[in-house]
Design a protein around this ligand. Structure first.
Ligand code: ADP
Length: 167
């Protein structure tokens, strides 16, 4: 039986914390789909094409990992894929309440769906895509915290913005 796990998120952009969770989840699933939410309520820095490219590039060595965009309810996406579980990362206690709400809502929507929570390495425990974007926007070093392509894309994104806002 091919056990499929879905690791959903915004990935704006993917960080080494996300990758840590994806790698750990491979112990439990034969295939893991990194599912990038098209969530129209959020305005990401990177468009969907850029986010998918950065994830695909940073998971090339992981042959059982697939990357895809998804829209609509996550439980419906799982059904379409014949997937067995949702994978989410838990960094600190602050993540817990929101993650519990989501897991309970997904269970309410589909009783057969389980959510698996995994903890990252301690060095990524305080890492968020938001803090990475903030540091990168001020030209701070993000090396070692994001894959090399992501670091390059962030530098490019913010240097373009700085050029545009220059008088
Ligand atoms: P969302 O908008 O759904 O929260 P994110 O891309 O921010 O999407 O996060 C997707 C998942 O990855 C969430 O479960 C989040 O807790 C987890 N995650 C994000 N950063 C880290 C990290 N540094 N370590 C572990 N898990 C993380």
């Amino acid at each position: 039986m091919n056990r499929i796990g879905v690791c959903p998120g915004t990935f704006d952009p993917i960080t080494n914390g996300h990758l840590d969770i994806v790698s750990r989840s491979l112990k439990f699933f034969d295939t893991v789909i990194v599912a990038v939410a098209l969530n129209p309520l959020k305005t990401p820095l990177f468009d969907i094409k850029e986010r998918l490219e950065m994830i695909a590039d940073s998971t090339t060595g992981l042959t059982t990992v697939q990357v895809e965009a998804f829209d609509g309810l996550l439980v419906d996406y799982l059904k379409r894929k014949g997937a067995h579980g949702i994978i989410r990362g838990l960094r600190a206690v602050s993540d817990f309440e929101y993650e519990l709400q989501m897991a309970m809502m997904n269970r309410h929507l589909d009783q057969t769906v389980e959510t698996l929570f995994l903890m990252p390495s301690v060095e990524y425990s305080f890492l968020t895509s938001t803090i990475i974007k903030t540091v990168a926007s001020y030209g701070g070093s993000i090396d070692g915290l994001v894959p090399p392509l992501v670091a390059r894309r962030l530098r490019a994104k913010f240097s373009t913005r700085a050029d545009r806002s220059a008088p």
